[in-house]
Design a protein around this ligand. Sequence first.
Ligand SMILES: N[C@@H](CCC(=O)N[C@@H](CS)C(=O)NCC(=O)O)C(=O)O
Length: 218
Amino acid sequence: MMKLYYGPGACSFVPHAGLEAIRAATGASFEAQPVKLHKGEQHSPEYLALNPLGLVPVLVVDGKPLNQIIAICDYLDRSHPQAGLLPADSWRRAEALSLFAWMNNTVHPTFTHIFRAAKFAEGEAAQAEVKRSALAMFRGQLERIQTMAAKASPFLLGDRLCFVDAYALVFLRWAGLAGIDPAGLPVYQDYVQRLAAVPSIAAAIAREGIDLNTYKKK
Ligand SMILES: N[C@@H](CCC(=O)N[C@@H](CS)C(=O)NCC(=O)O)C(=O)O
């Protein structure tokens, strides 16, 4: 049995959507356990025993915990290749992982600098500067994803849903939280709206109880 610990709206949406796609393709079920990040549940002794880093996601398989999105998703794909969440061809798989790695090690931490600037600098002025420069970088990264979304048919890698699509959806939600109007990224927004209609993505959105549009006009 697989059990995913996730934070609603967090990066853990990526394996969550993957698990829903696997359920749809193979019937394999999983348990989904929400972790209230705003209440600090990720720092409880029970959770730290699963992931000493105090972060979501964690996937527990037969009692053994695994952390890090890319490792979790690689496991999900290799254990359920029928779902086709990563390409089978070695080169195309490596290209998918290249994009996935950029999202996980570059785009994601850029947003963390906006959302949790206090982790990176002391004092209001320094934190405002961290936020300002990270926001500019994040905008550029979203533009790059929009360029890819312009060629999506209908997914970033072609006709199969991949983990990178779920990550792209998460980033556009985060953009709204960072005060970036998604209407300024119309091609990206259309692509995410199409994604949200895919049954496995819709199921993960519904379980997490999240809204696609997080942007509030000032
Ligand atoms: N590199 C990690 C990143 C995980 C991560 O940053 N998780 C965030 C949510 S998006 C988290 O749990 N934050 C809680 C906290 O910082 O206390 C992975 O790939 O799993």
